[in-house]
Write a protein that binds this ligand. Structure first.
Ligand SMILES: [Fe+2]
Ligand SMILES: [Fe+2]
Length: 461
């Protein structure tokens, strides 16, 4: 027996085998059938029989001999009550779905990697029917999205019960479906509804997608179309409200993620602009500031640094020489050997830089890398002569990134060197640059990943 097919049960008390009371009690005791109203047809008018019926869970009694207009009236009344009960149960299920979906969205929300499709998977999971026997939910979801880059074609996908894998369907373009910028539409149609221009449009679309629909609740706007279909029961405004609400949550998260991404982009852009401003008086170092960020990311990844730290290093490494903005251009461009005084002044760029960056928490990593990128593992660096783990890890990583890049690049006082030569200098030393300047762990990571350094250098000349 399929639940949806049984609207009401009229039950005789006197039956061969099980009595009406027993069957009634059995049905009312089952999770699956207890919501179906039961009317006991009884010749017994005695009070005890009625009490027995009430105890068995009967919803109503009709005395024999039957008066058909009474049977009809009571049946109608009970069906109405059942409809209200079902609506309430559906509304309750809808609220649960909303809560569940909202919870999952919030718990798994990663603004930098918000994937609309993955979020729709979650949405479908909430609304699509999973139990063959249940008929309160749609058995299929069709999603259409405007093709990437805002063209006029649409890509459609469908989700079937349980099989949550998306399968791709293609369908025409804006003209086929008369889609305009200001379009935003919610609606539903049931099997027995008269066709409206809009519902026939939707039926045509579904036919083009080779999807058979008896009923559907749908939403479409300029770049998204979501259709829930084949509920197997009358679709109500509740279903539509649920659909709309889920979609709004999805849109909200999508737009929040976009705003955060935009903000992060602007942040990175500003950091790089500041780094470039500081380069104005320096020799032309090309993409030095971008490359060092990438080198740092390679080492940080190899050392298993947390994602957040890795991103901060990549974004903020370009600031490491920002303090050079305070160094006199003549000194920055001097070709010959620096005097002790000049060298002491040059060394101040790390202090100036840290001062410019200041103490904002978002720039903490950048400040740390700036002040420590000329420290050396053996304590021979500046400005503090820190040694080993006294130097923050970010600084130890930055040192090797900066050194590699400086050695590879042409400077007024030195030629550009190829990757293999630089690799040899860093790992074996040349008297000026020595392996013991570097954190052994960082150096080992560099050895393992040095080919990536070469690739990055070539990619960002
Ligand atoms: Fe520097
Ligand atoms: Fe540098």
């Amino acid at each position: 027996m399929v639940t949806s097919e049984v609207a009401i049960i009229l039950l005789d008390v006197m039956m061969p085998g099980m009595t009406g009371f027993e069957l009634c009690a059995k049905l009312k005791g089952s999770e699956e059938y207890r919501h179906i109203p039961i009317v006991l047809l009884t010749a017994l008018t005695a009070k005890e029989a009625r009490i027995k019926g009430i105890e068995a869970g009967a919803d109503d009694f009709i005395s024999k001999p039957l008066d058909y207009s009474e049977v009809l009236a009571r049946t109608r009344m009970l069906l109405k009550a059942r409809e209200l009960h079902d609506n309430l149960a559906n509304a309750h299920a809808a609220i649960n779905s909303l809560t569940e979906f909202g919870k999952t969205l919030v718990e798994t929300f990663d603004p930098m990697r918000f994937d609309r499709f993955r979020a729709v998977d979650g949405l479908v999971d909430q609304i699509v029917r999973k139990d063959e026997r249940a008929s309160d939910k749609p058995s299929m979801i069709v999603l259409g999205v405007r093709e990437h880059g805002g063209g006029s074609s649409w890509q459609f996908y469908q989700w079937q019960r349980r099989a949550l894998e998306r399968s791709a369907l293609t369908f025409g373009n804006d003209e086929t479906w008369n889609i305009t910028k200001d379009m935003r539409n919610f609606g539903f149609f049931n099997q027995t509804d008269m066709a409206t221009p809009e519902s026939s449009k939707l039926r045509n679309l579904l036919a083009a997608l080779e999807v058979t629909a008896t009923d559907a609740a749908y939403y479409f706007d300029y770049d998204l179309c979501l259709i829930a279909l084949n509920f197997g029961r009358a679709i109500t405004r509740n279903d539509l409200a649920l659909l709309e609400n889920l979609l709004m949550q999805l849109r909200f998260m999508g737009s929040l993620s976009q705003q955060i991404i935009d903000l992060e982009d602007a942040f990175t852009y500003t950091v790089h602009a500041l780094a470039r401003a500081a380069e104005a008086n320096d020799e032309d170092t090309g993409n030095h500031i971008l490359r060092v960020g990438e080198f740092c990311a390679v080492i940080a990844t190899e050392l298993g640094c947390p994602e957040k730290l890795l991103t901060a290093m990549r974004t903020q490494a370009p600031l490491h020489d920002v303090g050079k903005i305070h160094i006199h251009p003549d000194l920055l461009r001097k070709r010959g050997k620096l005097t002790d005084e000049e060298f002491a002044e040059m060394q101040q760029h790390v202090v100036y830089g840290a001062k410019i960056i200041g103490a904002h928490p978002r720039l903490e990593i950048g400040a740390q890398m700036t002040i420590s990128h000329h420290e050396k593992w053996d304590g021979s660096g500046y400005p503090f002569g820190l040694r080993a783990e006294q130097i923050p890890l970010t600084g130890r990583i930055m040192t090797i990134a900066d050194q590699y890049d400086a050695l590879r690049s042409h400077r007024p006082y030195k030629p550009a060197l190829d990757h293999d030569t630089v690799f040899r200098i860093i790992t074996a030393g040349d008297g000026r640059t020595m392996p013991h300047h570097f954190d052994p762990q960082v150096l080992a990571a560099f050895r393992r990943k040095s080919s990536l350094f070469g690739e990055i250098y070539d990619r960002l000349p």
